[in-house]
Write a protein of this length. Structure first.
Length: 267
């Protein structure tokens, strides 16, 4: 059995010092990105609010109800964007910290999982921005009562879209979650396949919760989630096959070791 590539004699204070240094690097990275992006804070907010502003009635705009809201809201958005942009570097620091303590088979799995998690999270946010937001805001604009002007507060809009971004980003982590469940032995691919009808229903329930009350928007989230679940099953099936082959090889070795020694081979 392989052993962790770490020094067991390394004192605890050394581990804590390294952890502190890596956390400081992550904070510095976020601050540096923030300083570079803050000059474009207004443009970043305009980009994020574009899906809603495209469906505002002609002659209307978004509003700011707080005195400091026109400054604080783009500031908060830029800080969040800086954090999202620094995620690859943050994960690299996390990987550098935990990798020496992992077994070889765990290291072989962990890095691809970290990378795919970031890409899937970004993919979920992109899907929300380019596909879900136009449909969602078009629906909201179409159901605005007569005599009511749709003028959304910029801070409330930011809180709303950040929630949606996070929800879709997490929902798109389904393949990683499925793979980890199978890899850790919590469940099997066959069990997940038998649970497919419940998974499909769950996808539509989540879509109903996270999207406006129209079937089309719900389907836009439910179908990708179902597809990502099936994608997770495909990759998890590889783990099942590899594990079965390894167990078969170990069983064959044990069987060969248990065979009786013939009289000709005895001394």
């Amino acid at each position: 059995m392989s052993t962790p590539a770490t020094d067991p004699n390394m004192p605890l204070i050394a581990h804590l010092t390294e952890l502190r240094n890596r956390l400081l690097r992550c904070v510095v990275a976020v601050l540096l990105i923030f300083l570079c992006l803050f000059y474009f804070a207004q443009e970043i907010y305009a980009l994020v609010s574009a899906p809603l502003r495209a469906y505002l009635p002609e002659g209307t705009n978004m509003i700011a109800t707080g005195v400091a809201t026109p400054f604080l809201t783009p500031f908060k958005l830029t800080l969040v964007v800086s954090l999202f942009a620094a995620v690859p570097y943050i994960l690299a620091q996390i990987w550098s910290f935990i990798a020496p303590g992992l077994y070889q088979n765990e290291r072989r799995i962990a890095l691809p999982l970290l990378t795919s998690s970031v890409l899937l999270f970004y993919g979920g946010m992109a899907f929300a921005y380019f596909v879900v937001f136009p449909i969602m805001f078009s629906f909201f604009a179409s159901v605005t009562p007569d005599g009511v002007d749709m003028m959304t507060d910029i801070n409330q809009y930011l809180d709303f879209v950040l929630t949606i971004f996070f929800a879709f980003g997490v929902a798109f982590e389904i393949p990683v979650a499925t793979f980890l469940l199978v890899w850790a032995g919590v469940t099997s691919v066959e069990t997940l396949r038998k649970s497919r009808p419940y998974v499909v229903v769950g996808c539509f329930v989540i879509g109903m919760i996270l999207t406006p009350p129209d079937v089309f928007s719900q389907t836009l989230l439910a179908i990708p989630m179902w597809f990502l679940f099936e994608l997770g099953l495909i990759f998890s099936n590889m783990i099942d096959k590899e594990r079965a082959a390894r167990e078969a090889a170990e069983g064959a070795d044990e069987a060969s070791n248990d065979l009786p020694v013939s009289s000709d081979e005895q001394p």
